[in-house]
Design a binder for this molecule. Structure first.
Ligand code: GLC
Ligand code: GLC
Length: 654
């Protein structure tokens, strides 16, 4: 949903506004323009190119405010200041990226994500891990929130008190900048969160609001009685019902109800206030200037509120992001956005476009990989991917199997119904299966945010524990251990071969199990997501070299796939053709490539499965085929046999 800014009257008005405001900006930056005329000209040219789009959105959102043009003018100044202070090396990167805007679609892109403290103690530790990141072949490193946040419960750093100060336990801004530089020189892009839906209650804006400063109270959504909160709550979903009922939190000292979608120390910002928009744009550009190449836009769905709606995924939320996108094109063109929308797949898709978020998590694929492991039936996965994997050109999915958050079963009820699956019942089954209460389940997960009102729940747990490794090890059954390892590798195989950027939740590559010690920490014990956020296990990492150990088996299997991916340029970003395999347990997709077509088959059952030779022939693949994974020559006019959880990449032998 791109806001139409092409209407001649808006373009004209944008031009007029620029003509009126530019001379003042040029006075402000006269010294720069004189000293570095080329640099200034570059800014002006990008401004001319992208301002009409930006202006159209701002006019729509804020045009009714009496001081609208004042805000437009301060935004111009924010952008110019940011551009002028942007490092030379980043300006060079801007140019390079403009010349190759889809650089992230390369088959060599591989992402990793970790917590700085849990993985390496601090930023200096992360720097020392660069050889390991390279060993894995990472080109993208997402460090979980590392800015200042309240002591104790702070939602894993998602309650941010300052976007400009690193948590002193992790390091300094200076270190962050030099880390970004060093990563870049090693071919790794730094990814950080932009937590822009809320600040912590200790951010200076919140402190001032709490002091009674009306100006800053208008940065948030605060109400002196329950009238508006009650009216809003008629339509709102509870995100963290364990922490507080509803969406508002009452603060006695100020006698106000504050909008807190997530935790009570995470105060939702009021984007209806143009000053909030500008201030956050300023923080965003500040982050870009530290050398961050991708911002993960946190909780995008929630940023705009309107009475009578569920306040999720509103058109204005898209406009805010599109406006931020236009601002980056003007003042930090190398920067990309990744959308974190964990909502209905129709809504997830709407955030993905070149002028909004170029990248997006793929929560549907993630949830359905787990769904398919539980049911051993690929119908919903196949149906959903065939209908929903396609995204606009110039964009990419970020495909993952686990992250720091819970698993929400965000498949579409309509898709499920089309296959005769009752979505409500099925989610109950999945929660029972992954919390290990379902008879015969291999999984050891925990429920998260069970809501008795809606009977909704989500699932926490590490990849390995959810895939059966924890149970198998406890019960000392070698066969089960082997199956668990195969499950882990199978779902990683899908994210590595389906197209888009695969993202590994570090720890998963060595089969890290659930860590229940969070229960002893009062700041964490109410949040089961901590079960899958353990400190990096040194022993596991040491064992990764030894192919006889469990961590070693997982690591070797994964490394092999990573290597294969890097050697196979045909795993481009383009969407594969999701093909029926004639077997309800086998998920298949076909890619055409320069070196010949490749058919990917994934057996989601713990039993041997057969694919009829006719299926292979019908796909037009010439015999013989070679499986790139095992190197086996696969078919000589015979049916194809796949072992339990086996995956193959079949290519016509040239
Ligand atoms: C995002 C984060 C999650 C956090 C929430 C609030 O969804 O992934 O961990 O709790 O935003 O910031
Ligand atoms: C909800 C939100 C998502 C967040 C998650 C955290 O699903 O939509 O943004 O990651 O809660 O549990």
């Amino acid at each position: 949903m791109v806001v139409s800014t092409g209407k001649p009257n808006i373009t004209l008005e944008a031009q007029r506004t620029l003509d009126r405001l530019l001379p003042r900006l040029e006075v402000e930056f006269a010294a720069v323009a004189k000293r570095q005329p080329k640099l200034w000209a570059q800014f002006l040219s990008r401004l001319n190119a992208h301002f009409p789009r930006l202006f159209g959105i701002l006019l729509h959102l804020y045009g009714g405010q009496y001081d609208f043009f004042y805000h437009v003018e301060s935004l111009l100044s924010i952008m110019a200041k940011s551009w002028v202070s942007r490092e030379k090396s980043l300006k060079a990167l801007d140019k390079a990226r403009e010349g190759q805007p889809t650089w992230f679609q390369d088959h060599k892109m591989v992402g990793g994500v970790c917590y700085t403290d849990l993985f390496a103690d601090d930023l200096a530790g992360i720097q020392r891990k660069i050889p390991y990141f390279k060993e894995l072949g990472l080109t993208y490193l997402h460090l979980m929130p590392l800015f200042q946040s309240p002591d104790g419960e702070n939602d894993g750093g998602y309650a941010i008190s300052s976007y400009r100060e690193v948590d002193p336990q992790l390091g300094t801004m200076e270190e962050l900048r030099s880390l970004a530089d060093e990563l870049r020189s090693e071919g790794i892009s730094l990814v950080l969160d932009f937590v822009f839906n809320h600040t912590s209650n200790e951010h200076t804006w919140a402190l001032k609001a709490r002091d009674g400063d009306l100006h800053y109270q208008n940065y948030y959504r605060m109400y002196s009685d329950r009238v508006m909160p009650d009216a809003y709550e008629l339509h709102l979903r509870e995100i963290f019902p364990d922490e507080h009922p509803g969406v508002f939190t009452y603060f006695e000292d100020i006698d106000q109800w504050v909008w807190t979608t997530f935790h009570s120390n995470q105060w939702d910002l009021n984007y209806a206030n143009p000053e909030v928009f500008n201030q956050m744009a300023n923080e965003m550009l500040f982050l870009a200037n530290q050398g961050v190449e991708v911002l993960r836009l946190d909780a995008v769905a929630f940023i705009w509120k309107a009475l009578g709606t569920n306040c999720e995924n509103l058109p204005e939320a898209h406009m805010i992001i599109q406006a931020f996108n236009a601002i980056t094109r003007i003042a930090a063109p190398a920067l990309l956005f990744k959308s974190e929308a964990i909502v209905h797949p129709d809504e997830v898709a709407k955030y993905i476009q070149q002028q909004e978020c170029q990248l997006s998590y793929n929560p549907l694929l993630m949830a359905l990989l787990w769904n398919t492991l539980a049911t051993r039936q690929v119908n919903l996965l196949h149906y959903s991917m065939a209908n929903r994997f396609a995204i606009p050109e110039g964009c990419a999915w970020v495909n993952y199997v686990r992250c720091h958050d819970d698993i929400g079963w965000t498949f579409s009820d309509e898709d499920a119904a089309a296959l005769g699956i009752n979505a409500f019942d099925h989610r109950q089954f999945l929660n029972a299966f992954y919390s290990g209460t379902f008879e015969g389940s291999f999984a050891r997960g925990l429920t998260f945010q069970e809501n008795p009102k809606t009977q909704d729940a989500r699932i926490s747990g590490t990849c390995a524990s959810l895939a059966g490794l924890e149970k198998a090890i406890k019960e000392e059954t070698e066969v089960e251990v082997d199956l668990a390892i195969k499950r882990i590798l199978l779902i990683h195989n899908v994210i590595l071969s389906i197209g888009g950027i695969p993202l590994i939740y570090l720890g998963d590559e060595v089969g890290t199990l659930n860590d229940y010690t969070y229960r002893q920490d009062p700041a964490k014990s109410d949040d089961s997501r901590w079960v899958h956020r353990p400190t990096a296990d040194k022993l596991r990492y040491a064992q990764r070299e030894d192919g006889e150990t469990v961590p070693g088996k997982i690591f070797h299997g994964l490394k092999h796939l990573l290597q294969l991916r890097i050697e196979t340029p045909d795993i481009s970003n383009e969407q594969p053709d999701f093909v029926g395999t004639g077997n309800p347990h086998v998920f298949g997709y076909l890619r055409s490539g320069v070196e010949g077509d490749i058919l990917f088959l994934n057996n989601f059952s713990d039993e041997t499965q057969v694919i009829s030779k006719n299926v292979i022939r019908l796909r037009g693949l010439a015999l013989p085929l070679v499986d790139l994974v095992e190197g086996d020559e696969y078919i000589k006019d015979r049916d194809l046999v796949l072992g339990p959880y086996q995956y193959v990449w079949l290519q016509t032998k040239s």
